[in-house]
Design a protein around this ligand. Sequence first.
Ligand code: SF4
Length: 414
Amino acid sequence: MSTQVESVPASWGKAASRWRDVPDSDWSDPLWQLRNLVRTPDQFVGLLGLASDERASLVRLRTQFRFAVSPYYFSLIDPADPDDPIRRMIVPSSLEETSEGHEDPLAEREDRVAPGLVHRYPDRVLFVVTAFCSSYCRFCIRKRNWKTSDAASSRVEIDQAIAYLRSHEEVRDVLISGGDPLTLPLEQLDYILTQVRSVPHVEFVRIGSREPVMLPMRFTDDLLRVLDQHGPLWINTHFNHPREITPEAASACEKIARRGIPLSNQTVLLAGVNDDAAIIKTLFQKLLTIRVRPYYFFQCDRVVGADHLRTNVWKGVEIMESLRGHTTGLAVPTFAIDAPGGGGKIPFMPNYMVSAAPGLVVLRNFEGATFTYAERGSECGEQPAVSVADLASGRSQRIIPAGQPHYTRRKPQP
Ligand code: SF4
């Protein structure tokens, strides 16, 4: 079955880019992409026509943060639009110079138990195995690794982390992340997966990777074969905008899914990128068409250099409200805030419970209609509903807002 991905508009994509004359055989070669990363202030100036003060700012910022963008991902930018959402996510900006935030907003270093290994939750660990990415997101929460890497990058460090796993039988689930683990040489990736899967109590592995988004040509047969050998394995990827769902990205996800590897997605809520209910709904719906299940939707963390990308928390709640009931539940992830200082993920949802009383709860639905749900053994006969107090006392089952005539056709349930 083919996936439903629209063709790329003429204003962006390879055909409209600086790389239009690059042969397709080079363009689809991940090594060509990595050899041709956009990474210097002068390259950004040449490709986007940045002003001289912006260039001067990038020269200063380069001593603090990493810059790199694959030509493929860069080609998704509309160069004529200074507010282009892909540009905001990946092109360094002078706004990073004045941005507030923390080096390690989730305090991962405080829960580091071995090289690359963060043990925070009871039955699972994060295993950071590289600080390298094929492109560097401006909102990345692990920017600290760009200066001093926490990753387990040598065999000795990997083996130390595996020794910790072997001695902690409560660990069922290992999330391998980075940086981007799927940028590793295949031999090293194979070694890590072999070692992790050899721990008897590790039941499955997850890999966090943005390569389906930023370097989809990375999913060669050789890489897929390595992944295939170490299941059960999940890939958690990271699409933030519908424009990232290109034919190339769709093809990568299809290849992964055909190997029996489930794909889930986390999205970060970003000001000027996806802080809009229609954009998010389109994104989550389109993800399902390329076999990717929206899993988490995160409030942007207070990481250094990304303050200009953060939104008000209520924006996320508003967007969630626009999804639940208005589209398939498969397209509704959990909106969460990762608690500063290492408190973990906290779901933050619209409140659908209006009130509660012994034996029943009063709930509102996605259209604003209010209902009572009677617990087993309690009674709640239908009465004329006039107020929430009537619902809470059990005198009525529902309040129907004007303009919802289909409810009046439905009989209340006993
Ligand atoms: S791909 Fe992930 S780890 Fe790499 S820069 Fe982006 S958010 Fe950070």
